[in-house]
Design a protein around this ligand. Structure first.
Ligand SMILES: [Zn+2]
Length: 351
């Protein structure tokens, strides 16, 4: 089927447990979400399997371990040189428990083992140490060390990493060549709007409030993407985000229908116009209220199924989408090449 014939629905998940939030919350503050995340993962996999949803799981490399000894053996010689060392996961290692049973917040080998058993789920990297590409003090060498470690550790689990989801969506354009050098050829970019521009500094409260409002009403547009435009140059392919899926909020439950409506409208537009809609979140977002958040997701998936029936919209993970785009573009190049050859052959015959 020609790529342009159907819209695409992509889901990506950032699996990080406490490695993604240790600088923001204490374990006590975020305990329910983190423990909940361990229940969310199997629930999502079950749901995705039932409804044939393909998804990309960007996983922090530290989570591949089940005990501290094995993790410590893989600590690279050079760790990130952030100006603010409280951002460094390596600073935090000393405080973690010995293994996954004793400390379910910092190890994820059981979860990864489970994800691997399900079909149509891509395992991507969320860097080895939840690395911040725009943080002050770090450098390209630091990033390369981190990325190659993430790839090596995944390889030991028979996984080939080709997709990256940058922590806190901090995308450093200069690092994309490093990704490419290591065979990582696609990443999740941000929405193309100033509200979603990531600078590496903490956003001011007004910007944060506007982003919250944007989840309920259309302030920034639909963020759906023309598939042809995703592959303009032969570089690392950006498969940008359409929306961060906020979990069910008890406090804002009156607004939940607006949030869903906003997502459904954009999905439908993408399906009709044969474009991309890309939704993402962290499993720990669902951790505090698994039941209500899963009900919310259920409504989104039911909507996708209607769009699949009506317009042929397809659920694909980031890797599948990138491969389809590349195949389509190389087919197009072949066709162009054949056409050109045909023309020159015709000229030759005339002469
Ligand atoms: Zn993260």
């Amino acid at each position: 089927m020609n790529l342009k014939e159907t819209g695409k629905f992509v889901i990506s998940l950032d699996l990080e447990l406490n490695w993604g939030v240790f600088d923001v919350f204490t374990i006590q503050q975020y305990r329910n979400n983190l423990l909940g995340a361990r229940e969310v993962v199997p629930e999502l996999l079950k749901k995705f399997n039932q409804d044939n949803i393909h998804a990309t799981w960007g996983i922090v490399g530290f989570l591949f371990f089940s005990n501290k000894d094995d993790l410590l053996k893989e600590v690279p010689d050079k760790v990130p040189s952030y100006d603010d060392m409280t951002l460094s996961a390596y600073q935090h290692i000393q405080q973690i428990g010995e293994n996954e049973i004793e400390d379910p917040f910092h190890y994820g080998s059981q979860l990864i083992h489970l994800i691997k058993q399900f079909p149509n789920q891509e395992i991507a990297t969320h860097t080895f140490s939840h690395y911040y590409c725009l943080a002050k003090g770090q450098c390209a060498d630091n990033f390369e060390t981190d990325l190659s470690k993430a790839i090596t550790v995944a390889k030991k689990h028979h996984l080939s990493i080709q997709t990256i989801i940058f922590p806190r969506n901090q995308i450093n354009q200069n690092y994309l060549t490093i990704c490419k050098k290591h065979g990582v050829t696609r990443y999740r970019g941000c929405e193309n709007h100033w509200l979603y521009k990531i600078t590496g500094k903490q956003d001011n409260p007004i910007k944060r409030l506007m982003r919250l409002l944007d989840s309920y009403m259309n302030l920034s547009g639909q963020h759906i993407y023309d598939l042809d435009e995703l592959i303009q140059k032969d570089d690392v392919i950006n498969i940008p985000s359409s929306r961060f899926l906020r979990p069910y909020s008890k406090r804002l439950r009156g607004l939940e229908p607006l949030k869903l409506r906003r997502i459904k409208i954009a999905m439908e537009k993408a399906a009709k116009e044969r474009k991309l809609y890309h939704l993402w979140w962290h499993p720990h977002n669902f951790g505090a209220d698994l039941e209500e958040s899963m009900k919310m997701l259920d409504k989104i998936i039911t909507h996708y199924q209607m769009l699949n029936d009506r317009y042929g919209m397809e659920s694909v993970h980031m890797g599948e989408l990138a491969n389809t785009l590349l195949n389509d573009s190389s087919k197009k190049k072949d066709e162009d090449f054949r056409e050109n050859r045909g023309v020159s052959h015709a000229i030759y015959q005339k002469a």
